[in-house]
Ligand binder design. Sequence first.
Ligand code: ZN
Length: 258
Amino acid sequence: MRTVSNSSSYPSRTSGVRLVVVHTAETPCEEGRAYNIAAYLANPAVRASAHYVVDPGETVAQVPEEGTAWAAPGANSDGIQIEQAAYAGYSADDWQGADQQRMLREQLAPLVAGICRRWDLPAVWLSAADLLAGRAGVTDHNTVNEAYRASDHWDCGPSFPAGLLMELVRAELGETTAGPAQAEQEYEMRACEMNDGQILLVDGMEYQVLSEGRPWDEINAILIELGRAGLIPTRDGGVPVIEKIGDNAVNALRKVGE
Ligand SMILES: [Zn+2]
């Protein structure tokens, strides 16, 4: 993988990685573009950067994943930014083009899967509501703007095949589509595990600490019961899904009692 470094970035992060944010760089989808886009962004006058740029033939690295790129206000500090050689104005047919499909399948999906693996992110596509609820996963610049209203960018556009991308990513990760919790499904609550191992029940913008003073057997029984009642996501016929949740996401919520 070639690298084009960029001084318009922060060498370290102020928070952990929660999001993969995909963009379109508004250039034709063809080989050689990723390097050109990275070189363009590297000009200090441009004041923008990305972690990776992809085209049909190549992935170019720019900002290290441990650093913060300047690409999507609202999701810079906890996001990994990927620019595609593509247009936000592409139609669904355009995204079916040979070069576009090659970029999605051979460059973007393996790249996103690797990031999900390295940072322990669920391979789910997030809505603006998911972002505001502090969920982790994959999204695009337009959705970040819907959630945080920080700019007017609308990439990757309304026809971007996000469902196909996530299918490809899950296949790369060896997950079936029935595996992880589907972000588009609505549940009353979520079971989450903090970095320190505490288990939380998150209900909208509030949470309670389920593991406080309870043995694991009891916690597990409660989670299975909640799953059976359809209140939290489950997989494989009833196993409660426990999402990882970062400290920053927890800090944005309000703690309530039992
Ligand atoms: Zn963008």
